[in-house]
Design a protein around this ligand. Structure first.
Ligand code: ZN
Ligand code: ZN
Length: 350
C-alpha cells in the first residue's frame, strides 16, 4: 500500500516521463504536417480562375459551360474528341469569355482547352498544349454562340448552315447575330456553308466522322443540329430547352420550327435505338431523352397555337409586341413576337 506522499511522487514521475513526451511528439508531428502543407502550397501552382468549366458526358464528349458571363447566357459548348484523328469537333464557341468575375484569368476558350486541367479528363486539359486540331460547327449565328470563334478561325475550319447564306453574310451578321444591338464587335471569320444532311468530313481525307449536320430552321434560318450516330446524341443549339424560355427572335419562324422538330424526330426514330437517343441543347438542357423531349416540346407548341394556353406576359420591345407562354410546371416556356404565333395559326389553318 502506497502512502499519500509516495502516490504523488509516482504521479508526478508518470506525468514527467510518460505523458509530457507524448504531448511533445504530437505537437512536433502537427508542426511537421503544417510545414509540409505550406511547402505543397508553394510548389503546386493554384489552378487559374477560368470563365469556363468542363465535365465529361460520354467517353469522347465533354460539356463546356461558360459560367457567370456578363450577358447571363451561360452557353453550352460541346467538345467531341476524335483521338485517332487527333482532332476536336467543337459545337459553338460561347460569349467570348466576358465574365462578371473580375478575378477570372482564363477568358479564351482555346486557352481553357489547351491549358486548364479538367478533373473528368484525368486531371489534364482537353487538348494538352494544342496537340489536336479543331473543327468548329456553329449551331447558329447568335452572339452567345459565336463570340469565341475568331480564336479558331485563324487555323481551323468553321462550319455553318447553307440554308440561307444571306442570313449569315458578313453584311448581315452584325444585325442577325445581335452583336450590333448589344454594342459588341461582330467577329470576323469566313465560314464554310454546309448543305442539309451532310456527313462531316473535317479532317484528313481518310478520316470521316459519323456526325451528320442537319438544317433545322425555326429559332433562326441558319439553325443546325448535329446527329452523332456513334453515340446516339443530338445537338440542337437553341431550337429548344427545358426550364428556360424557348425564344424566337423577329427572324424566327414557328412553322419552320415545327418542320424541324418533325425531321429531328424522324432521325431519332430511324436510329438503331430511338429510346436511348439523347438530346443536348445550347443552354440548360443536356443528356435528356431525345424522343420524349421532342414530342413534349412539340405538344407544348401545338397547345400554344391552338389557343389552349393563356398569354402569361406581354412586353413591347423596340416596337415589337412580345408574348410569353408558360406551362404550369414551368418545364416549357415560349417567348416570341406575337406576330409569329398569329402568322403560324394562319398558315396552319388553326
Ligand atoms: Zn439563339
Ligand atoms: Zn443561345
Amino acid at each position: 500500500m502506497l502512502t499519500v506522499a509516495e502516490f504523488f511522487v509516482w504521479l508526478v514521475a508518470g506525468i514527467y516521463f510518460y505523458v509530457l513526451p507524448l504531448i511533445d511528439r504530437a505537437i512536433a508531428e502537427a508542426d511537421a504536417r503544417d510545414d509540409l502543407e505550406a511547402q505543397r502550397a508553394l510548389t503546386v501552382p493554384k489552378a487559374p480562375r477560368s470563365a469556363f468549366t468542363a465535365r465529361r458526358l460520354t467517353p469522347t464528349t465533354f460539356l463546356i459551360v461558360e459560367v457567370n458571363d456578363i450577358f447571363n447566357e451561360h452557353p453550352f459548348i460541346y467538345a467531341k474528341i476524335f483521338a485517332e484523328a487527333k482532332e476536336i469537333l467543337l459545337v459553338d464557341t460561347g460569349c467570348g469569355g466576358m465574365s462578371r468575375d473580375p478575378t477570372v484569368e482564363i477568358t479564351s476558350l482555346r486557352e481553357f482547352l489547351e491549358t486548364v486541367d479538367v478533373p473528368d479528363n484525368g486531371g489534364r486539359p482537353l487538348n494538352v498544349g494544342g496537340q489536336m486540331g479543331y473543327a468548329v460547327v456553329l449551331s447558329h449565328c447568335h452572339y452567345d454562340h459565336i463570340l469565341g470563334v475568331e480564336q479558331f478561325a485563324v487555323d481551323s475550319p468553321i462550319y455553318e448552315s447553307a440554308h440561307l447564306p444571306s442570313f449569315v453574310s458578313s453584311q448581315n451578321l452584325p444585325k442577325n447575330s445581335h452583336c450590333k444591338a448589344l454594342g459588341v464587335r461582330t467577329p470576323s471569320f469566313e465560314p464554310t456553308l454546309v448543305p442539309h444532311r451532310s456527313r462531316l468530313v473535317f479532317f484528313a481525307p481518310d478520316f470521316s466522322t459519323n456526325v451528320v449536320l442537319l438544317h433545322t430552321p425555326g429559332h433562326t434560318p441558319d439553325e443546325v443540329a448535329l446527329w452523332d450516330t456513334d453515340e446516339n446524341m443530338l445537338y440542337v443549339g437553341d431550337t429548344l430547352y427545358e426550364f428556360e424560355p424557348i425564344i424566337f427572335p423577329a427572324e424566327g419562324d414557328i412553322v419552320d420550327w415545327l418542320g424541324s422538330i418533325d425531321m429531328l424526330m424522324d432521325v431519332v426514330l430511324g436510329s438503331t435505338s430511338p429510346e436511348r437517343a439523347l438530346i443536348n441543347c445550347g443552354h440548360r438542357t443536356t443528356m435528356r431523352p431525345a424522343k420524349e423531349v421532342l414530342q413534349s416540346t412539340k405538344a407544348f407548341m401545338m397547345d400554344v397555337l391552338a389557343g389552349k394556353m393563356k398569354v402569361h406576359r406581354r412586353e413591347t420591345r423596340r416596337g415589337i409586341e412580345y408574348v410569353e407562354y408558360v406551362q404550369p410546371d414551368q418545364r416549357y416556356r415560349l417567348t416570341c413576337p406575337e406576330v409569329l404565333i398569329l402568322g403560324a395559326r394562319e398558315r396552319l389553318d388553326l
